[in-house]
Design a protein around this ligand. Structure first.
Ligand code: FAD
Ligand code: SF4
Length: 515
């Protein structure tokens, strides 16, 4: 692989290497911010073991690889000697770099994952503090400790208010929320609007170039999903254009329909910014600054600005802090003892007549994306109520979502969506029947199943599995104040024995790919 070694004679070569990982693609992050072409060489490693570790969605694999290669080119254009290696593993790449360049030191910013940190520590690197988040996990741990001295629980909302106060977003000079209200969440639960097909602006799409096509050709033989079509940016400039588009055109609509799902619009007013935030092409601070500015200039209402900033400085950073406080045991949690294998519909969404599941899984196949409520209330809900092993759910999402990363997936998948952590992340299981899906979407109209039925051949699988889930986990949830009522309601169903029989059949047909 090209290393640009010839540009600088070895006697004058920089002695310090900055190792830039594939999710640290930003010149202003702590690993690179003080580096210069005269004093530092850059190492980047594409690990074939990582690339071959899963059957990745081709858009996801392309996004990571194209973003890494383009970032290397940008650094070269700045004058850096970039040693871009394709190696069996990260450590093999580093070893080969050391052999060829003999750097006095290798600096690397703290990786975002538990295993990544353990790896760089074991490789005798100088580990620089991670600056990709607004709250480092050390600060989160201190906050959590302080709070535990005075309170029994720590909820996302507590952390969010602490973040807002210390970061100053949407706060007045007295340290209070600008409008006197912290949270506009209750305004943000509307079903999809009737004009959903035209109400939401289409995302930015760019043409693919030769590099994209070369990477796609490399990946095609062993990836899944539909090929990239230019929607996911692979440079900082592209990510910044998408941020502009979001703030200028989409943000004003963000919020009210956050929990809605519709066949008319796969994106609604979601930002589609998570992949860029997760690999460093965007920084959470610049994203929140832009949103705050739009609010201050009267371009968007408080509910939209607050709703979005809460997702970033609240949920996103809360998830990151929680990941570090709960690892490494957290990744193997399976408190509901769910053992079913991931059903075949996840490999082939044409195999189901459930309109909601089909729409969401086909969407993932087409663009490696589903929005939050589809992840939680369709994919997650199906796996939770059917009893699919949580680690298999996590693995599938990791391989298929454009924005997958362990730190964000484990609390969201193992915790929030599969309740496999016994309630550390969420105070209730996110299980629902067809009634909720019908309320928040247009999926049920024209579906082969009937959302109101829980028994019979055409009973909605979600409705059947929901009641069975409540009965199956009676012991665990009977005293949970947020679900006890549903557990009691399950046992009042006169046809509960038939519902539970039908649930056995639903699971068997799901496992056979026949539902
Ligand atoms: P928007 O709806 O526009 O939200 C704005 C931003 O808020 C997102 O870009 C994201 O950075 C942040 N955000 C919102 N909710 C969360 C959350 N719960 N956790 C972390 N960040 C959040 N997010 C990922 O980045 N990668 C994943 O692999 C991932 N897997 C998920 C799996 C499940 C089962 C669930 C329930 C959630 C998952 N999320 C994941 C969180 C969230 O669904 C995505 O961040 C969001 O859908 C990304 O789309 P968007 O950028 O259009 O989000
Ligand atoms: Fe999904 Fe059931 Fe509605 Fe069909 S009826 S779309 S399976 S919730």
């Amino acid at each position: 692989m090209s290393t640009n070694r010839d540009r600088v004679p070895m006697s004058e070569a920089p002695r310090t290497t900055v190792w830039v990982l594939g999710d640290q693609l930003n010149r202003s992050l702590s690993g690179l911010v003080d580096a210069t072409p005269e004093t530092h060489r850059v190492l980047m490693v594409e690990s074939s073991a990582k690339i071959h570790s899963k059957k990745w969605h081709i858009q996801r694999a392309h996004f990571i690889i194209a973003s890494m290669r383009r970032f290397a080119e940008e650094l070269r254009a700045e004058g850096f000697d970039v040693d871009y290696r394709r190696a069996e593993s990260l450590s093999a790449g580093l070893q080969a770099h050391r052999r060829d360049h003999s750097p006095a030191e290798v600096h690397v910013m703290e990786p975002a994952s538990w295993n990544g940190l353990a790896l760089v520590r074991s490789l005798d690197c100088t580990v620089v503090r991670n600056s990709q988040f607004l709250c480092h996990y050390d600060e989160f741990a201190q906050f959590a400790h302080q709070r535990s001295l005075t309170h029994k629980t720590l909820k996302m909302e507590d952390f969010y208010r602490w973040q807002r106060t210390r970061l100053g977003y949407l706060m007045d000079d007295d340290g209070l929320p600008v409008t006197g209200q912290w949270n506009y969440d209750h305004d943000n639960r509307l079903p999809p609007p009737k004009d959903a097909a035209t109400a939401f602006t289409a995302p930015v799409v760019d043409d693919l170039d030769d590099l994209d096509h070369r990477i796609i050709d490399e990946l095609r033989p062993w990836c899944t999903g539909e090929e990239p079509m230019g929607m996911w940016a692979t440079t900082r400039a592209g990510a910044l254009r998408r941020l502009d588009h979001f703030v200028d055109v989409v943000l004003a609509n963000f919020g009210p329909h956050e929990d809605a799902m519709t066949t008319q619009s796969w994106h609604l007013a979601h930002s589609l910014l998570s992949p860029y935030l997760n690999v460093g092409l965007l920084h959470p601070k610049e994203v929140c600054d832009r949103v705050q500015e739009a609010y201050e200039h009267g371009r968007v209402a408080i509910a939209s600005a607050e709703g979005f900033i809460r997702q970033i400085i609240g949920w996103r950073e809360y998830v990151w802090g929680r990941y570090w406080s709960w690892m490494p045991e957290y990744r193997t949690r399976n408190d509901l003892q769910a053992t079913m294998d991931l059903p075949p519909v996840f490999q082939d969404p044409d195999r189901t007549q459930m309109k909601c599941v089909s729409d969401v899984l086909k969407g993932v196949r087409t663009r490696a994306y589903a929005h939050h409520i589809q992840r939680l209330m369709i994919i997650g809900n199906l796996c939770l109520t059917a009893g699919v092993e949580p680690q298999q759910v996590n693995d599938w999402m990791w391989a298929n979502f454009i924005d997958g990363a362990e730190w964000v997936m484990l609390p969201n998948v193992i915790g929030m969506s599969q309740f496999a952590d016994g309630g550390m992340m969420a105070t209730k299981p996110y299980a629902s029947g067809g009634a909720y899906i019908h309320k928040m979407s247009d999926y049920c109209r024209g579906c082969a199943y009937d959302r109101t039925k829980r028994v019979g051949d055409d009973a909605c699988p979600f409705t059947t599995l929901y009641w069975d889930f409540m009965a199956r986990h009676e012991q665990r949830f009977a005293r949970n104040p947020r679900v006890a009522q549903q557990v009691r309601a399950a046992f009042k169903l006169t046809d509960l024995p038939q519902v539970r029989e039908r649930a056995v059949e639903v699971r068997a047909r799901l496992a056979a790919g026949e539902l």
